[in-house]
Design a protein around this ligand. Structure first.
Ligand code: ADP
Length: 447
């Protein structure tokens, strides 16, 4: 039978749950509908961290970074296609987002360097493990404490409209039963469309046949729901390929591996790129190699410092190689070529300059085995475009005005990341704008 709440939220990923925490904390009744049997969506798969500038953690570590540099890095990485106002809101609220997550118990106390960032600003758990599952867990716990209801395996099918305003959603549960949830506001937080190959090809005819790093529920439902309610789209053609995914399963290896010292070799045993360039450039450079394949080279020393790497090894993604001869065998290259590439790289690290490719932050010389090799290819990773929103997350109509009662946050929206998302900015986006959506919707109730 039908239900009622002040606010209904579509999707229990990071954005939806952050919105729910804020709205419920302001005393509003909230129902979240989640179509999958688990919460967390793509947020569960955020294997890197959360970018933020001028944080208390950076200060403790003596890292100098500014909100302006963070803005500039993101704008440059996004090819200056980012919506400047939305980007400004994200970077200015980033430090508070980290504090907020840490107050909820996330323990994001390690800061490191990641692709496309001038300064170390990616925040992760202390052991360098993935941020996503931790964020999902603390938000889920907080929602339990606040008594927020999450209807699992319940799919939003349409947005109810009354007098030109969003007034709830029609849903269908796992048993095929349809019902309505009446509400005064609707927040769309249903994530992106990276797992919907028809939609991907529809917006980008060139992206055919790629694997995806996304969870099965990333089918872009919110884009269609929003459009039916009159929403405009922004940047919809900008779809990100992640450079380092497992060619068979699409499983993604975090950018942090390269940040922490891994290099890339092609199947001839040669380096071919500055490994720390932005995702789009590194992806394009890998696609130019034979078979569109490359190999991440890491070693035992890195494994000891990087929990993510240790996890990939444990899960069986890496080939362990005692010597460089074994590395050559693993990637199908001549031993001499591998030996020469590794020697050159060792010299570059010692000299502090990578004359060949201009990589900065030369931390590991990778001169000692055992080595761990991960075979990689680029896969569909993030959909930058989506519903057009303003800085307080109102969904904007094709005519350019805010649609009453309708809000959106997270990967379902467009504009924040421009043409290319910098690693570590997805979690910043969903927490900053998820919180704003929850607060704004709660504050505007009854208007
Ligand atoms: P974000 O990073 O923006 O928070 P996520 O992918 O983490 O996005 O979360 C979005 C969530 O929304 C996922 O758990 C997904 O299963 C859910 N979802 C997607 N479409 C629907 C829908 N039509 N109804 C209910 N939940 C949905």
């Amino acid at each position: 039978s039908d239900k009622e709440a002040d606010i209904v939220i579509i999707g229990a990923g990071g954005a939806g749950m952050a919105a729910a925490v804020e709205a419920a904390s302001l005393g509003k009744s909230v129902i979240i509908v989640e179509k999958m049997p688990i919460v967390g969506g793509n947020t569960n798969r955020a294997t890197g961290g959360i970018n933020a500038a001028e944080t208390s953690i950076q200060e403790q570590e003596g890292i100098e970074d500014t909100i302006e540099t963070y803005y500039d890095d993101t704008f440059k990485g996004g090819k200056e296609e980012n919506d400047p106002e939305l980007l400004k809101v994200m970077v200015e609220n980033s430090a508070e987002a980290v504090d907020w997550l840490n107050e909820l118990g996330a323990g994001l106390t390690r800061v490191s360097l990641s692709g496309g960032a001038t300064n170390p600003r990616i925040h992760t758990p202390e052991d360098g493990s993935a941020v996503g599952p931790v964020v999902v867990k603390v938000l889920e716990n907080k929602l339990k404490e606040l008594g927020v209801e999450i209807l699992m395996e319940t799919t939003a099918k349409s947005i109810i409209e009354e007098n030109g305003a969003a007034a709830g959603v029609e849903v269908e549960n796992v048993n095929g039963n349809s019902f309505k949830i009446h509400a005064k506001a609707v927040i769309i937080a249903s994530g992106g469309f990276g797992a919907n190959s028809d939609m991907v090809e529809g917006f980008r005819a060139d992206l055919v046949g790629f694997s995806t790093t996304n969870h099965a529920g990333a089918t872009g439902d919110g884009i269609e729901l929003g459009q039916e309610a009159g929403a405009a789209l922004d940047d919809i053609e900008f779809i990100q390929i992640h450079p380092t995914t497992d060619p068979e399963s699409g499983y993604m290896f975090t950018e942090g591996l390269r940040g922490d010292g891994a290099i890339l070799l092609n199947s001839q045993g040669m380096r071919f790129t500055d490994e720390l360039l932005t995702r789009d450039v590194v992806s394009a450079n890998i696609l130019k190699q034979e078979g569109g394949i490359a190999y991440l080279v890491t070693n035992e020393e890195m494994k000891e410092e990087n929990a993510a790497l240790a996890g990939y090894i444990k899960k069986g993604y890496a080939t362990e190689c005692a010597t460089l001869a074994d590395v050559a065998k693993a990637i199908g290259a001549e031993e001499a070529a591998v030996v020469e590439s590794m020697a050159k790289y060792k010299d570059a690290v010692a000299a502090g300059t990578d004359a060949e490719f201009g990589r900065e932050h030369l931390t590991q010389d990778l001169s000692e085995g055992p080595y761990y090799i991960l075979k990689v290819t680029p896969g569909i990773h993030h959909t930058m475009g989506g519903l057009k929103i303003d800085t307080t997350t109102h969904v904007i109509s094709a005519e350019g005005s805010a649609i009453k009662g309708l809000y959106a946050a997270g990967e379902v929206t467009g504009g924040v990341h421009g043409a290319n998302r910098i690693g570590g900015n997805a979690v910043t986006d969903i927490i900053v704008f998820g919180r704003i959506a929850g607060k704004t919707a709660a504050e505007e109730l009854g208007n």
